[in-house]
Write a protein that binds this ligand. Structure first.
Ligand code: SF4
Length: 209
């Protein structure tokens, strides 16, 4: 990569774009609402059940001018969801400023394991055991989305819920490959612990991206 590109990436004026698409948010508090998704490459959190492993190597995703990404988003949506990969590996101050200047709401989905950047209308924190969130991410979280892959994840979910603010929305979401086994356990758990809500990957049931 040439020096100029690296410099623009460091400033967040270019980002390794994996894909961008207009769809329906399938998960969590904004389920069912239209949003433009911007998926940025790069992640070393290493969840073994990750369903976007092709995002992990940032070098596979072309550095793209952030202004072009914002122009594309403007054609479609009032809300943008920035996801990954792990989007906080990159400086997101520039892209969120540009989006908000265009009256677009900025949402993020992140493991919280990297330094905070950006200005967010909605901060969805999804902590992973392999690389825990930094303190700031807990403070910022509007939504805590815990992926339940096995029984021990309920305990992990409670530990993480103890770290977020009182107003944070709490969600338990079955990991897709284990949904037949874990969904009934989550239903039971939420009825016993009603501070939690169930999140399903409804976009996968709807067969949309
Ligand atoms: S943090 Fe997200 S993108 Fe990274 S490995 Fe885990 S599930 Fe995959």
């Amino acid at each position: 990569m040439d020096l100029k590109t690296q410099e623009l990436i460091n400033k967040g004026e270019m980002l390794p774009l994996m894909e961008e698409f207009y769809t329906i948010q399938g998960e969590g508090a904004h389920t069912g609402t239209a949003a433009y998704f911007i998926r940025i490459g790069g992640c070393d959190v290493g969840c073994h059940w990750c369903d976007v492993k092709e995002s992990w190597d940032a070098n596979l995703h072309p550095p793209t001018h952030t202004d072009i990404i914002v122009e594309n988003a403007k054609k479609y949506a009032e809300t943008v969801v920035i996801t990954g990969g792990e989007p906080l590996m990159w400086d997101l101050n520039y892209i969120t400023a540009q989006l908000q200047n265009n009256n677009i709401k900025t949402h993020i989905e992140t493991s919280g394991a990297y330094d905070f950047s950006g200005k967010w209308d909605w901060f969805c924190l999804s902590p992973k055991k392999t690389k825990l969130p930094l303190e700031r991410a807990y403070q910022e979280a509007d939504e805590l989305k815990m992926i339940i892959h096995n029984k021990s994840d309920f305990q992990f979910a409670e530990e993480q819920a103890a770290k977020v603010g009182d107003k944070c929305n709490l969600f338990l979401q079955p990991e897709w490959s284990k949904k037949e086994k874990m969904t009934p356990m989550i239903i039971d758990y939420v009825m016993k612990h009603p501070k939690w809500r169930i999140s399903l990957q409804t976009h996968k049931y709807l067969n949309i991206p």
